[in-house]
Design a protein around this ligand. Structure first.
Ligand SMILES: Cc1ncc(COP(=O)(O)O)c(C=O)c1O
Length: 408
């Protein structure tokens, strides 16, 4: 009876299965018993002892609060001009000339996706997302009534994952509207191969699709290797939207300011911007005070993210030291805040494996299946965050290795 009422009230798009997964239930049970958890999934930098971004944020907020301009409200649908100038400078550092007028601020990258999906697609239309991938984008598409179609990525040699272009082309149909690249990708840490970018551009032009690139992990590239935005050279390609934001770029999820940068052929780009401005104007969701705070922080990002980058480098080095011949080893990765571990086991269900690991050792990891990572027979894949304190990561990995040794 209750189910019938519920089914009658809510939209089909809201028919989510909200039950906790067995792993989430095991975690809640463990916590309710007061048992310790060694959490290797923590991807919130404000909970990982990385203090610099928060300290810089406190200073910038105080400066903005003391500025008499903060007493006035002048709505700007594209967002504060100084913030857009600072964003253009970031993209210039990533190799892409960007006019500040071609930027729209959003309250988080997820909101940027929502704006773009509303701009580009009608309910029932299709957007193409990478698999493996992070489930958030499928949810964001679903919230706009869109169908998310996966295109496969597969691990090539070294750290680079490649797009299965035949599978992508086969999945395109008359309702396909947009093609999304996550560059660098979460959780593989791979950047889009230049040949795959050329194919994306050709496919997008041929099929009338927009290209979206999520570049939130741009500055997490290992060894400080220069990052190149996919927006570079976009004027000759299809309509192109880059999503990025303070959450990952600065390690400041609490600021809740992100942006969309628009490139592509000038007339299509300007038309897209005018329409995006209309969407943004309907919400005016970005506080000008926070936008001006972002404008102060972006030029300091080198010093502000020093600790974050050092943390990522140290944890990557620890993972790289796990021998490929051992029961656990890490896949090479170029960038990002996550790492994929491969464990030798006959246990085919990686969710069950993560649950047993938690129950027996207190170590929490993500099952690879949560990211649609398919394991080869005789192995399971698990995902850990690169943000925990290195000593915690080392303790967790030692417990995981001891656990895995019992599985072979
Ligand atoms: C690739 C990628 N893009 C975007 C987001 C969401 O970013 P935001 O916190 O700015 O909404 C995430 C979250 O983890 C992510 O992994």
């Amino acid at each position: 009876m209750v189910a019938a009422t519920v089914a009658g009230v809510f939209a089909r798009r809201a028919s989510w299965d909200l039950r906790a997964s067995p792993l989430a239930a095991a975690l809640a049970a463990r916590r309710s018993r007061g048992q310790p958890v060694l959490d290797l999934t923590e991807s919130n930098p404000t909970r990982a002892g990385i203090r610099e971004p928060g300290e810089a944020l406190a200073r910038a907020l105080a400066e903005v609060a003391a500025d008499p301009a903060s007493l006035r409200y002048e709505p700007e649908p594209r967002g504060d001009r100084r913030a857009r100038e600072a964003i253009a400078a970031v993209h210039a550092a990533h190799g892409a000339a960007l006019d500040p007028a071609h930027v729209i601020l959003t309250a988080g990258t997820s909101e940027g996706y929502a704006h773009l999906f509303r701009l580009l697609a009608d309910p029932g239309d299709r957007v193409h997302l990478p698999s493996p991938g992070y489930g958030l984008f499928e949810h964001l598409a679903g919230l706009e009534g869109l169908e998310a179609a996966a295109y496969p990525l597969s691990a090539g040699r070294g750290a680079r994952w490649r797009v299965d272009l035949d599978a992508l082309a086969a999945s395109l149909g008359p309702r396909s509207r947009a093609l999304l690249a996550i560059h660098p990708h979460n959780p593989t840490g791979s950047t889009l191969d230049p040949d795959d970018l050329a194919s994306f551009r050709a496919l997008a032009r041929e099929r009338g699709l927009a290209l979206l690139s999520d570049e939130v992990f741009a500055e997490s590239v290992a060894c400080g290797a220069p990052f190149r935005s996919l927006l570079a050279g976009a004027a000759d390609g299809p309509l192109h939207f880059v999503l990025s934001g303070a959450s990952k770029l600065l390690g400041l999820p609490q600021l809740k300011v992100a942006w969309i940068a628009v490139g592509g052929p000038p007339s299509a780009r300007d038309d897209a911007l005018a329409r995006l401005e209309f969407v943004a104007d309907a919400f005016l969701s970005v506080s000008p005070l926070l936008a001006r705070t972002l404008a102060r922080l972006l030029p300091q990002r080198e010093s502000l993210t020093r600790m974050l980058r050092a943390r990522l480098a140290e944890n990557r080095a620890r993972l790289a030291a796990l021998a490929a011949t051992g029961p656990v080893h890490a896949l090479p990765s170029e960038a990002g805040w996550a790492a994929i571990l491969r464990v030798r086991t006959r246990e085919g269900d990686d969710e069950a494996l993560a649950r047993r690991l938690l129950e027996q050792t207190g170590v929490l990891v993500q099952p690879g299946s949560l990211f649609e990572l398919a394991a080869e027979p005789g192995t399971a894949q698990l995902v850990v965050s690169l943000l925990p304190e290195p000593e915690r990561l080392a303790r967790g990995l030692a417990a995981l290795a001891a656990f895995a040794a019992t599985l072979e």
